[in-house]
Design a protein around this ligand. Structure first.
Ligand code: NA7
Length: 545
């Protein structure tokens, strides 16, 4: 840092009013910092604001998803289901916003278009789509790991005359409420069979005249087991909140599951079957997150569970040919996000539901009437793109971010992210990426991990303020060490063999490809331990001035 510092318009600008951004804004304001939040949506909610497709719901137990800044509000909320649906999640986010009184800090319906670090003044210059230009000392992104929608670039996509939308941009009415799209009597196409497609497909199957599922790659899906939460159950949960919250913080992903201490390879076949059956029948992610400890490390152990799930798919889908198409062959169980389903496999037993294999016969183009694959044409009234997101770094790539000496973040991360603690990249001083690449929050129950990360960043910023420090930058050595460790940890797991949304593949000009993890897989407790070591040692690994 050199030159003359100027007093910026704000101490901090937070991008995003989702669960993480709201929490961060609240915490900084509570510390007396001048903070401004910027949000593209009309109101708070982030992921729960944007994803309004039918069937959208939480995949962690509702009562484990919370705002730790205001833990007082958690016990006040009466969850209606074990896994709350999107409308309830959005109501909860709004309730939290009211309680934290954060809306007053936000500019809504506003996008950050650019953020340029000014070396001389040690400020970030932030350009908004309204044309306004603002300055701040700390820039904090809370843009969510899954917010930049990914649309396929099929030829003719604009020509389709029916209704067409990406799941995270569900149509709304004039007042911003999600429109109920009535599928009755319609020919509906769903492209994509990830977590989102798997939620929407059984619902569309109820009413659509014909539902065509365009599947490129099947996933290992397991039962959600959602149930209403009765008042007496909720009362008991409320009494146990301190224990529940401490427990989820102790687990690798902040879901309420620890891994079984046994290796799958040490357990007899009969015992394994009983164990898998029990996990399959219990609600939630236990089957993925509390299975044998070598599930994501040993191909042999993984195959035991994959074979068990394949057997379940064959039992639940009546047409054997369809069942085989729904069984993944390209990736181990749990190496990609396991979609949680409710009657997903049974939907394929309905006469109106048709599985279209677009791996074998790819989509060639769209016409005004529908979709043309290598096998033929499908006339449709509605096309739903459940095609996922440009994950983790996608939302940052869409902002023109430059750091020291005008270096673009996108260029700095062209071969994959490089950060210290997943929180700051060298060359981009005072820019914190909450739930960003390589930190312990993206592969986690974000409601919990994003909140904990906001607390840590708040502590670092107030530490700096209290000592008259205005500049922080990840050191070269700390960044290199962290980044290498993140890549090495990931490479040791079976996840390295799969193309999940948390892996970014970049094609270089010479045609070669680079595959990089976007997430840290060392687990939340290990991550937070490392962060606490850094904080305790006066933020060693950051150059402060
Ligand atoms: P995902 O999990 O990334 O799934 C996207 C799906 O869309 C997946 O089946 C993809 O097939 C498919 N896809 C993507 N692009 C195309 C194109 N061009 N043509 C055909 N099919 C395509 O996103 P979701 O929204 O389902 O879930 C994301 C997260 O949101 C989830 O983990 C939850 O935490 C919430 P592919 O596997 O790439 O062959």
């Amino acid at each position: 840092m050199s030159g003359v510092e100027t007093k910026p318009d704000y101490d901090a600008i937070v991008i995003g009013a989702g669960v993480t951004g709201m929490n961060q804004t609240y915490l900084l304001d509570r510390e007396g910092l001048r903070v401004l939040g910027i949000e593209a949506g009309e109101d708070v909610g982030g992921t729960w604001y944007w994803n309004r497709y039918p069937g959208c719901r939480l995949d962690t137990e509702s009562y484990t998803y919370g705002y730790f800044a205001l833990s007082g509000i958690i016990p006040e909320w009466d969850w209606s289901e074990t896994f709350a649906g999107q409308p309830e999640m959005l109501r909860y986010a709004n309730y939290a916003a009211d309680k934290m009184d954060v809306r007053r800090h936000y500019k809504f319906r506003t996008k950050v278009e650019s953020a340029h670090y000014d070396d001389l003044a040690n400020v970030w210059k932030v350009g908004l789509d309204s044309g306004e230009k603002l300055t701040c000392r700390f820039l904090i992104s809370a843009t969510g790991p899954l917010s930049a929608s990914r649309m396929p670039d099929y030829a003719g996509i604009e020509e389709f005359k029916g209704e067409a939308f990406h799941t995270s941009r569900w149509p709304t009415d004039d007042e911003g409420n999600p429109q109920t799209i009535d599928f009755t009597g319609k020919r509906v196409g769903v492209i994509g069979t990830g977590a989102t497609g798997v939620q929407i497909i059984p619902i569309a199957a109820h009413t659509a005249q014909d539902l065509y599922v365009f599947q490129r790659t099947p996933n290992w899906c397991t039962p959600l087991g959602n149930m209403p939460l009765e008042k007496d159950e909720m009362d008991l949960i409320r009494k146990r909140y301190p224990t529940i919250l401490e427990y989820v913080k102790s687990t690798p992903t902040a879901f309420p599951y620890h891994r079984d201490t046994r290796k799958g390879t040490e357990v007899s076949e009969a015992e394994r079957e009983v164990f898998f059956e029990q996990l399959y029948n219990q609600p939630g992610y236990g089957i993925w997150l509390s299975g044998f400890r070598d599930l994501l490390l040993s191909k042999e152990s993984n195959k035991f569970l994959a074979d068990f799930i394949a057997k379940k798919i064959r039992q639940r889908v009546t047409d054997p040919a369809v069942a085989e198409k729904l069984i993944p062959t390209d990736h181990p169980f749990g190496a990609k996000r396991v979609p949680m389903e409710t009657n997903y496999y049974e939907a394929y037993n309905q006469a109106n539901v048709h599985l279209v294999d677009i791996k074998g016969a790819p989509i060639q183009h769209l016409t005004p009437k529908g979709i043309v694959t290598a096998d033929g044409a499908y006339d449709l009234d509605v096309i739903i793109f459940a095609t996922g997101f440009d994950a983790v770094t996608g939302s940052l790539d869409r902002i023109d971010i430059t750091g020291k000496n005008g270096q673009r973040l996108k260029d700095a991360w062209a071969d994959g992210p490089s950060t210290f603690l997943g929180l700051q990249a060298r060359g981009f001083p005072n820019f914190f990426t909450l739930v960003g690449p390589h930190n312990g929050s993206a592969f986690c129950n974000v409601g919990v991990c994003g909140g904990l990360q906001g607390e840590w960043v708040t502590r670092m910023i107030t530490y700096m303020r209290d000592r008259g420090l205005t500049f922080s930058e990840a050191s070269e050595a700390a960044e290199a060490q962290w980044t290498e460790a993140v890549y090495a940890d990931f490479a040791r797991t079976l996840m390295a063999d799969a193309n999940a949304w948390w892996v970014k593949t970049t094609t270089k000009p010479d045609g070669s490809t680079v595959k990089r993890t976007l997430v840290y897989v060392g687990g939340g407790p290990e991550y937070r331990k490392r962060c606490e070591e850094v904080a305790y040692s006066d933020y060693a690994g950051f150059e402060l001035a």
